[in-house]
Ligand binder design. Structure first.
Ligand SMILES: Nc1ncnc2c1ncn2[C@@H]1O[C@H](COP(=O)(O)OP(=O)(O)O)[C@@H](O)[C@H]1O
Ligand SMILES: O=P(O)(O)OC[C@H]1O[C@](O)(COP(=O)(O)O)[C@@H](O)[C@@H]1O
Length: 311
């Protein structure tokens, strides 16, 4: 079974306006809300790809109930721990005239230390965890060590662990030696403390992270695709050119595509191709809607794979 963990889920609310003007009423043309947060997005794309999985995390208040109900209605199994307060709503504003997109991420409700421990307890008890995929920001005031603890617990259960978090949480989280991380270039740059641009620099940084005990580093690079670095192996998968509608959730979709590939018994190169195709498939969807299986399958044969090293 595959489990995803989102400690700070969100309702992603997308608003479409023709133009944002100051000091007047800006009329909303269309609005949609979807369950979001990085682990939940991974769950949604896995469900779209037909992979049974369960989303774990914390929910609070009315927004939390709405998130849970929508997720369940759309066929994703979930088991959230209720906490007090209100699950955050992240707002995306699409300005149709300019194509500009404004993304506002809220902090979310506080989760008490004893509640955070409940997640590790849950991971200790889950049935046959094959993969545990952890993603997204921490609740306010939660210590990043929480991620390390969850990773270590999942690894004791012999699960493969994927970590997709940022900044301090990534720095501390990798001390738990997750099997896979998926930083984008900015996140990897922050992790190694230098600005990375050229492929050689990115490869060197990813290898340094391998040496810190992370088996597979997937560096997502937007339209340049994904670099996979694992010991002596390095590959780059490049997606086809597409008309991008929105990139929110593309990184999470890539995580789901990669897990899908491995669960389906494919090798690292094939899983990388699925990761790249799933990210690109999400860029075709409006708002924060995510990849469809049909789009992913159509894009897979169009992804170009380059072997950089294979020793
Ligand atoms: N402009 C784009 N054109 C084609 N594919 C894209 C584009 N932006 C993102 N993707 C796909 O989605 C994947 C993840 O997107 P990226 O923006 O790198 O992640 P994140 O959301 O974590 O920053 C990319 O590796 C690529 O496969
Ligand atoms: O937990 P964070 O870092 O605030 O991110 C949460 C947001 O990221 C998303 O999961 C999208 O993530 P990506 O664009 O990185 O794939 C949204 O669904 C959500 O609103």
């Amino acid at each position: 079974m595959i489990y995803t963990i989102t400690l700070n889920p969100a309702l992603d609310r997308t608003l479409w306006v023709s133009e944002i003007k100051e000091d007047v009423s800006n009329r909303i043309i269309r609005e949609e809300s979807y369950p979001g947060g990085k682990g939940i997005d991974v769950s949604k794309v896995l469900t779209a790809l037909g992979v049974p999985n369960r989303a774990l995390g914390f929910i609070a208040g009315f927004a939390g109930r709405q998130l849970e109900a929508q997720l369940t209605r759309d066929g994703t199994d979930c088991s959230f721990i209720p906490v007090s307060g209100e699950t955050r709503t992240n707002v995306v504003i699409h300005e149709l005239g300019s194509g500009r997109q404004i993304i506002l991420n809220s902090a979310g409700p506080e989760v008490k230390p004893f509640e955070l421990l409940e997640i590790s307890d849950l991971v200790r008890k889950i049935e046959e965890p094959e993969f545990v995929s952890i993603g997204g920001s921490l609740p306010p005031r939660a210590h990043p060590e929480v991620y390390r603890k969850i990773i270590e617990t999942a690894k004791l259960r012999r699960a493969k662990v994927v970590l997709d978090v940022d900044r301090e949480a990534l720095l501390v989280g990798i001390r738990g030696k997750p099997d896979v991380i998926k930083p984008n270039i900015h996140e990897l740059s922050a992790l190694v403390g230098k600005r990375l641009e050229k492929r050689g620099e990115i490869l060197e940084a990813a290898r340094e992270i391998n040496r810190r005990g992370v088996g597979i580093v997937l560096v997502s690079m937007g339209p340049r695709g994904i670099l996979l670095v694992s010991e002596g192996k390095a590959y780059q998968a490049v997606p086809p050119e597409v008309e991008v509608v929105n990139t929110i959730g593309a990184g999470d979709s890539s995580v789901a595509g990669f897990i899908y590939g491995l669960v389906a018994g494919r090798d690292l190169k094939e899983a990388l191709i699925w990761a790249t195709a799933a990210g690109t498939a999400t860029t075709l969807r409006q708002g924060t809607a995510l990849a469809t299986r049909e789009d992913v399958e159509r894009i897979v044969p169009q992804v170009r794979l380059e072997t950089i090293s294979e020793d």
